[in-house]
Each structure stands twice: as structure tokens, then as C-alpha cells.
Design a protein around this ligand. Sequence first.
Ligand code: ADE
Length: 255
Amino acid sequence: MRVDVLTIFPDYFAPLELSLIGKARTTGLLDVGVHDLRQWTHDVHRTVDDTPYGGGPGMVMRPEPWGAAFDELVPPDRPPLTGPESVPLDDRAPVLIVPTPAGQRFDQAMAHAFAGERRLIFACGRYEGIDQRVLEEAATRMRVREVSLGDYVLFGGEVAVLVMLEAVVRLLPGVIGNAESLTEESHANGLLEAPLYTKPAVWRGREVPEVLRSGDHGRIARWRRAQSLLRTAAQRPDMLASTAPETLDKHDVAT
Ligand code: ADE
């Protein structure tokens, strides 16, 4: 997968050298380019923002640097992807992800969808946001997705991109050694994961539940399933409410 990030704060992305994302890059599973948006400015102050039309607080990102950056990353002279007599924008077009609190909520299903793409481009907005024409124009070449991490406001898109990239990259085949961890974890099956324990068996007088030490795989699976349901009901009743009844089995009903 190829990922490009456009930002006025490239330093935010130093952690992409670390841990499993860093390893995915060195092993060639992931190719990342972080670009300073100001390289596409031409004035002495390297201006990227201006006052909003219609008034209001704060500043808005001007369209020109974004347009020039996209022209370079996704040249418009490639086979046109839209227009009356051209190939329509299809799933070969890169996905442009614009983190914004005004976007669609990011979740594990979206992470899976992005993990299936060949090319992602992230556009990190700052200030109040990016001039809307940038997204309209980008939509002639890319599949544009405005995405929010949640119902709160960050200073800008950089941290949101780190979060999304981490969620996506760990789903790329080969990034996580034991693929089973991906099927057992929270949100893999619409439920939260059961509590986890490791050694020692007794710590500060607290015992690991006996069932987990029993070696009885059937019992362990049923215990984990019950814990998963209880935890989801306690922490995230909204998730349980949207669980299709046919996915519950008779053990669940008894629980
Ligand atoms: N930028 C600012 N706030 C954001 C949020 N909640 N999600 C994604 N990007 C953002």
C-alpha cells in the first residue's frame, strides 16, 4: 500500500518510523511519503491560510497549495477518471481521506475498507478547515472521504491521521504475525473482547479465573463469549442493540 500525507507539520509523523508501522515500511508492505504542504506555496511567507468568506472566527486553508500538491501527487494528465467521454471515477482511483469533525465516523469497518486500497492520500487540515472547492476538485480524480474520529474537535488532522493509519496498517496482510489476533479482538465481531490475564496465576491475592487455567477449550470459549457479551452490555450497550439476534446462540440467551 502507498500512503501520502499532506500536512504543514511533517514532524508530527515521526512515529511512523517506530514499532510495527516502521517495520511494515522497512519490509516493503507499506510505502509512506509525508509532504510539507508549504512546499507548494510561492510567497515569501509561505502562506497557507486566509480569512473566511462570509465572516466568522479563525482562518481557512487556501486552495492553491492543495491544488498544486494534488496535481503533483495525482497528475491530472493521467487517463481522465471523470467527464462525459471518460472513464468514470472507479475503484482504481486513489482515496483522499480528509480528517474533519464534520466527517463520517471512523470505525473498524472503515479501517478494513481502507486496508483494501492500493493508495491512500491524507490531507491534514488546520485552522477552521480547508476551502471546500479543494475537495470538490479533488473528487474529479480521487474518491474523497471526509472522516471524523469522534464527536470532539482536535487542533488539526495530524493526530487523526496517525490514529487511522495505525488502525489500517495493522490490518494489512503480513503486518501482524498471528492473524488470529485480528479475529479475536474488540470490534472484530461486533462485540468487545473478554478480559485478558497472564502470569502469575495469583497476583496480590487476585486469582486468574479458574476456567482459563482448566485447559478445557470449549469452556474457555463459552466463558469468553459470555464475558464479551457482559462487557459489551456494560460499556457499549449501543453495540449490543445493533447485534443481529441470529448471531446470538443458545448459550448467549442462557447467559
Ligand atoms: N480534526 C479536528 N477534529 C477532528 C476529529 N474529531 N476527527 C478527525 N479530524 C479532526
